[in-house]
Design a protein around this ligand. Structure first.
Ligand code: KIV
Length: 319
């Protein structure tokens, strides 16, 4: 099938191997995305977009990512794929959808790939997930790994805590990185690990390390979009707020509420006027006929109603 192309392929999307090839070529830029419109904006600046299961906390108000269901990931994954044109879209496998066995992971990951059209999935866990990563990659599913702080294990770890702050923790985390790379992961997220450890892992493995709270020694960076935009009320210390979107939203909503209460919105500018022929109501058949002749609507609507099968077209609400 070499050379077969979809008629829809007007643009080239980055694929998992393109991200792997970026190791050592400059910094890989990534953000989380959960909706089509923010994905469309981030797509212009990012190499990949992650539909992170953090959406459970950011968008749906869960305290952790543990309750996030697979269907929710698929729904947001679809929206992001529709919004993005160029960036690779990676969808997180939520807690409980992949840990049981490689075949269960394959079944669920294949569903995510088929139903969202994303380019890869991400799973949390190092050595313990190596066999699953190999199983998925051998069957055509690109996998991004996620080690260090793995939020789905928060109930075992005992909180969202930085990892590798003591030397004796280093060997295990480094071994996680080596094993997921050997198993075929195309990149690995390092979350909340100290800089010397991130540096060590980045030089030790052949796949890109994507840091979140893991210093600039990684091959790439990712943040939760709502955190860096300044929309999330509380953020981890590793987040830099690049915007004040929360304040902008609040200011706009306050102004809207004030205008509505003061009768200053809506004004005629935001209000539909009547169609001309109705405005001239009582002007008789002549005005109606002239209006119908201009739009050609009279004859069409009469013939449709005669046939009794008129399918109503949606009206343009902007007019
Ligand atoms: O779910 C998520 O947003 C993530 C990122 C923090 C890497 O896994």
């Amino acid at each position: 099938m070499i050379g077969a192309m979809s008629v829809h392929t007007a643009h080239k999307r980055l694929l998992a191997p393109d991200i792997t090839a970026m190791k050592g070529q400059g910094c890989i830029v990534a953000l989380t995305a959960y909706h089509a419109h923010t994905a469309a904006i981030a797509d212009r600046y990012c190499d990949f977009l992650l539909v992170g299961d953090s959406l459970g906390m950011v968008m749906h108000g869960f305290e952790t990512t543990v309750p996030v269901p697979l269907d929710l990931m698929i729904m947001h994954g679809r929206a992001v794929v529709r919004g993005a044109k160029r960036a690779l879209v990676v969808v997180d496998m939520p807690f409980g959808s992949y840990e049981e066995s490689p075949p269960v992971a394959f079944r669920n990951a294949a569903r995510v790939m088929k139903e969202t059209d994303c380019g890869a999935v991400k799973i949390e866990g190092g050595r313990r997930m190596a066999e699953t990563i190999r199983y998925l990659v051998e069957r055509g599913i690109p996998v991004m790994s996620h080690i260090g702080l793995t939020p789905q294990s928060v109930n075992v770890i005992g909180g969202f805590k930085a990892q590798g702050r003591r030397h004796e923790q280093w060997a295990a985390i480094e071994e996680d990185a080596r094993q997921v790379a050997d198993a075929g992961a195309f990149a690995v997220v390092l979350e909340a690990v100290t800089e010397p450890l991130a540096q060590r892992i980045t030089s030790a493995v052949s796949i890109p390390t994507i840091g979140i709270g893991a210093s600039r020694s990684c091959d790439g960076q990712i943040l939760v979009m709502e955190d860096m935009l300044g929309l999330s009320p509380r953020v981890p210390r590793f987040v830099k707020k690049f915007g004040k979107v929360g304040e902008v939203i609040e200011g706009a909503i306050r102004a809207y509420a004030e205008d509505v209460r003061a009768g200053a919105f809506p004004t005629p500018e935001h209000t539909y006027s009547m169609k001309e022929e109705v405005m001239k109501g009582g002007a008789g058949k002549g005005a109606k006929a002239r209006a119908a002749a201009r739009t050609g609507s009279g004859a069409r609507s009469r013939s449709r109603s005669k046939a009794g099968k008129a399918t109503k077209k949606p009206k343009n609400i902007s007019s």
